[in-house]
Design a protein around this ligand. Structure first.
Ligand SMILES: NC(=O)c1ccc[n+]([C@@H]2O[C@H](COP(=O)([O-])OP(=O)(O)OC[C@H]3O[C@@H](n4cnc5c(N)ncnc54)[C@H](O)[C@@H]3O)[C@@H](O)[C@H]2O)c1
Length: 455
């Protein structure tokens, strides 16, 4: 049975535009574009790249950009902290970065005056580039994306694309402007560029297992890094301002990270939306912090469970956990009316016989594919990628899940998306106090279900 189109109402509404956004994501548009005027430094016609956010992922993304078949050059780097620029550049020049097929060090030309630090660094780096890589913590993504679009640049930006609903709305508005300007935008929800997922979802959409009735999506793990204040202050040889500390230990503060339901689990929630061809209309759930408690762990939960209801009444059950010693499971699966999709790349008939099984060994690395496709489009002057709307909707889905677990109440999509709860500080300076501060015991306040107003 062919999968029913689950967009039942209001074809002009947000759901239909989300559907269109999903169609753009990771797929080829092939609209020739008058390419945004390229930056020519000293007559050099290479595609200039600026890296904004020179940490782990940004350094990896820069290596992938420099490993494509196009004539690419890294010309500018921006980070809040100078040491992150230095360590990123050192690694990129070391010979260890990249696929090994291209000598990426020969494609790096970052002059001292093109290394920018501080909160305004992004503006100066973006100005020097044709393509910008936006890989700071996600709290800054809305302002960085807006600026890159304003300056008419092609963009690779990591997920999530915001940490609160006002940020999501800024990204949605800038995404429209990017399309109008025919700027290619790729978002690092790399499953859209991964062969195993692409064919699997295509077959589900073609009706291989019927209507999708339910699903389960997990990011259950033992947790991530933590930067302890005492260690940071010992290394710095001085006390840090609260802003510096939160910026260094960003994972544990919602204005920067969005909680791990947003920062990591977004990948699985995005797959659910992709399979369902839309976003949830309601969410309710539970969560808390049980083992990761203490002054080093900011305000985020260590587990969330959310039931997301979609417009056709189907439900997706979502789990994410950061607790050492527990089961690790990062996966998605769906039940159809005529079969099942037990895991990515695998489809079974209702009787349990195999319809499709993808052996992913030898598949190209999706992190590299994202950049190969983006830079090919830029080199040819094509407009092929408009991932920002889908990235914003996936981000909003995760934020809606956080609203549900923090409040312990049911929240609907429009309420969540229109929320005015702005997590960002009043100003971005090293002396500004972020909105969430530690108590006298050093502990940060954490959401209390039933009490916390989460939207
Ligand atoms: N797609 C994936 O699989 C994947 C994997 C890892 C990380 N990510 C995403 O990449 C982003 C970065 O994660 P990471 O692991 O590289 O973190 P990181 O801490 O290693 O790097 C972030 C960098 O941004 C810098 N930064 C912070 N605020 C800044 C600002 N206002 N201006 C300029 N620089 C600023 C930090 O100093 C740091 O160097 C996150 O959004 C994360 O979710 C995606």
């Amino acid at each position: 049975m062919a999968q029913r189109n689950n967009s039942k109402s209001n074809p002009e509404g947000r759901r239909s535009f989300v559907k269109n956004a999903a169609l753009f994501t990771g797929s080829a548009l092939f609209i020739p574009s008058a390419l945004a005027a390229r930056v020519h430094l000293d007559g050099d016609d290479s595609i200039k790249v600026a890296l904004v956010g020179c940490g782990g992922r940004g350094t990896g993304a820069a290596a992938q950009a420099l490993s494509t078949a196009q004539n690419v050059k890294l010309v500018a780097m921006a980070d809040a902290f100078r040491d992150r620029i230095d360590s990123s550049l050192k690694y990129l020049l070391s010979g260890d970065a990249g696929s090994g097929e291209v000598d990426i060090s020969s494609r790096i030309d970052v002059q001292e005056e093109h290394k920018f630090t501080g909160f305004d660094a992004y503006k100066k780096a973006i100005a020097l580039a044709d393509v910008v890589i936006l890989t700071t913590p996600p709290g800054f993504r809305p302002i960085h994306f807006e600026e890159a679009v304003r300056q008419g640049k092609h963009i690779f930006m990591e997920k999530p694309v915001a940490t609160d609903a006002p940020g999501v709305r800024r990204v949605l508005a800038a995404a429209e402007e990017a399309k109008r300007k025919k700027l290619n935008v790729v978002v690092g929800l790399q499953r859209h560029y991964e062969a195993k997922y692409m064919k699997w979802v295509e077959m589900i959409h073609a009706g291989a297992i019927g209507d999708i009735l339910s699903g389960r999506v997990y990011w259950n793990s033992e947790g991530v890094w933590v930067k302890k204040r005492a260690d940071l202050e010992r290394d710095a040889g001085r006390q840090l301002t609260e802003m510096e500390y939160q910026m260094r230990n960003w994972y544990y503060f919602n204005w920067l990270c969005g909680d791990h339901i947003c920062e990591q689990h977004i990948h699985n929630l995005d797959v659910a939306n992709w399979v369902k061809n839309g976003h949830p209309v309601k969410a309710q759930g539970m969560g808390g912090r049980q083992v990761r408690i203490g002054p080093d762990y900011g305000e985020i939960f260590d587990h969330h469970f959310v039931e997301f209801k979609y417009e056709d009444g189907s439900r997706i059950y979502s789990q994410c956990r950061h607790q050492p010693g527990t089961v690790v499971a990062v996966t998605e699966g769906f039940q159809g009316s005529n079969g099942s999709a037990p895991r990515p790349g695998h489809l079974l008939s209702r009787g349990g016989s195999e319809i499709y099984k993808h052996n992913g060994s030898g598949d190209p690395n999706p992190y590299q594919v994202e950049h190969d496709m983006l830079f090919e489009a830029v080199a040819k002057g094509d407009f092929r990628f408009a991932d920002a709307e889908n990235g914003a909707i996936a981000t909003m889905t995760a934020i809606m899940g956080r609203m549900a677990t923090y409040s312990g109440k049911e929240v609907d999509w429009n309420t969540a998306l229109n929320s005015e709860l702005n997590l960002q500080p009043e100003a971005y300076t090293w002396d500004t106090l972020p909105k969430v501060l530690p108590g006298e015991d050093g502990l940060y306040p954490c959401a209390i279900p039933g009490v916390t107003q989460a939207w």
